[in-house]
Design a protein around this ligand. Structure first.
Ligand SMILES: [Zn+2]
Length: 114
């Protein structure tokens, strides 16, 4: 019964391939999780280096940290522009975004203007 054997083989191949696909998906998600761990560590390393730089402890990464500082300043500037366009300001107490007309912060109640 060559035909039936072929069908059986075909069926077996499909199950094996199905198992493979599941296994590959599993492995890929494992790889993704491991890579995320590495990214977290990169982030921690970067943070530690930048903290040391900010604290005045020079490092081999001074130039890169200097770049972060510049970008930080730019972000602050851009955020200020966004607030300006929204006619908003930041609460001096909690940092919440409030409209310029507001006298008191809606989040913490601190005096915002005047
Ligand atoms: Zn506030």
């Amino acid at each position: 019964m060559a035909f039936l054997d072929d069908v059986k083989k075909f069926g077996k191949n499909i199950t094996d391939k199905g198992k493979d696909v599941i296994e590959i998906t599993k492995l890929n998600s494992q790889i993704g999780a491991e890579k995320d761990k590495i990214k977290d560590l990169y982030l921690k390393i970067g943070e530690a280096v930048y903290k040391a730089y900010s604290a005045g402890e020079g490092s081999a990464y001074d130039e890169l940290c200097g770049q972060i500082k510049e970008i930080d300043a730019k972000v602050v500037e851009l955020n200020a522009k966004v607030l300006e366009l929204k006619n908003a300001t930041k609460c001096p107490n909690c940092g919440a975004e409030v409209t310029k007309e507001t006298a008191f912060c809606s989040k913490c109640g601190a005096k915002v203007n005047g």
